[in-house]
Design a binder for this molecule. Structure first.
Ligand SMILES: Nc1ncnc2c1ncn2[C@@H]1O[C@H](COP(=O)(O)OP(=O)(O)OP(=O)(O)O)[C@@H](O)[C@H]1O
Ligand SMILES: [Mg+2]
Length: 304
């Protein structure tokens, strides 16, 4: 087991950020930790490598307690922290060499390991550039380099692709998949539900410090929001409300982009077009974003 948490709790004063959570991260899996802003994801992550001390419960990383063995844990762990925390006044190479010595890589191996990883993250051309001049996407890739320098067994990624353009995001997904296939265990937090669907074998949804659901992305969709979503223009509101009071199999939710109807089958949605002349803006299978919205409180309610 990579991580075992039992009734793990963190209080800041009288505020409970992580509230009696139980979870296991198995060797070799990519485990997702999802939840709205403030759910407690980063606090959980900080407890695993010992920068935040737990208030209660049990926590083991590689079988060690981070309270007493954070040094042993850090050697085997790579972290892409939510904030980059790079020394911006140094060059890329200088910064990574200093970090290499800091984590105990033998002197004669440092430069090669840094250069190999810069190449892996497509940053070789920036090695003598000051970090302050790098773009956001380059800094993020550099933080990946830093996380990988110690050849970690467990890689923790706290919102690794937030704010990155789609091309860089896809590049990083490819790298994460490659590392996963090579056997690295991964813990990932993200606000991009598609990212979690693409990368995670298993995930939990956290809300207000508690875990509210757990499963593979596919199982969670199947369990919590099965079927298809049709998004209709807001002008169709009255028609829809008339219809849904007759056909109670639809779940309805409305936001500024349209009215969302969920039905068990595609036919139920397409028949709204053929039988009632309603033109959906989009029809799609339900996805993890629908599950997330439902479980964190902005659900497609049953009583619309
Ligand atoms: N050092 C601290 N002192 C007091 N409160 C804190 C501290 N660190 C975190 N919190 C609070 O704990 C809660 C959980 O924060 P945390 O950063 O773990 O959330 P998160 O799930 O990572 O959110 P985000 O998605 O925005 O990164 C928040 O309400 C936050 O304000
Ligand atoms: Mg966070």
């Amino acid at each position: 087991m990579m991580i075992t948490a039992k009734s793990l709790t963190k209080n800041f004063g009288n505020f409970t950020a992580v509230d009696h959570i139980d979870l296991n991260v198995h060797q070799g899996e990519c485990f997702g930790l999802l939840g709205p802003n403030g759910a407690g994801k980063s606090t959980f992550i900080s407890m695993t490598y010992g920068t935040v001390q737990r208030s209660g419960g049990e926590l083991l990383v590689f079988g060690h307690d981070p309270k007493t063995h954070s040094r042993d844990i850090k050697k085997r762990l790579g972290v892409v922290t939510q904030d980059n925390a790079l020394d911006e006044s140094l060059t890329v190479l200088e910064n990574m060499l200093i970090y290499s010595s800091f984590i105990g890589i033998p002197r004669h191996e440092r430069k090669k390991r840094v250069l190999d990883l810069l190449d892996y993250m497509n940053l070789t051309h920036k090695k003598d550039t000051k970090i302050i001049t790098l773009s956001g996407g380059m800094k993020r890739r550099l933080v990946f380099v830093r996380a990988l320098l110690g050849q970690p067994e467990l890689l923790i990624l706290d919102e690794p692709t937030t704010g990155l353009d789609p091309a860089i995001r896809h590049l990083l997904w490819g790298k994460v998949k490659e590392l996963h296939q090579q056997g690295t265990s991964i813990v990932l937090t993200t606000h991009y539900m598609h990212e979690a669907e693409v990368l995670c074998d298993r995930l939990v949804i956290m809300n207000n410090g508690k875990i509210s659901a757990e499963g593979s992305p596919r199982d969670m969709i199947h369990k919590h929001t099965p079927g298809y979503i049709g998004i209709f223009p807001l002008e169709d509101r009255e028609k829809i409300h008339k219809l849904t009071s007759q056909i109670n199999s639809f779940k309805v939710h409305e936001d500024s982009s349209g009215i969302y109807l969920r039905a068990a089958t595609l036919e139920e949605l397409t028949s709204l077009h053929s039988q009632h002349g309603m033109n959906p803006l989009q029809i799609r299978p339900s996805n993890l974003e629908d599950v997330f919205l439902k479980l964190t409180g902005q659900e497609l309610s049953d009583d619309a």
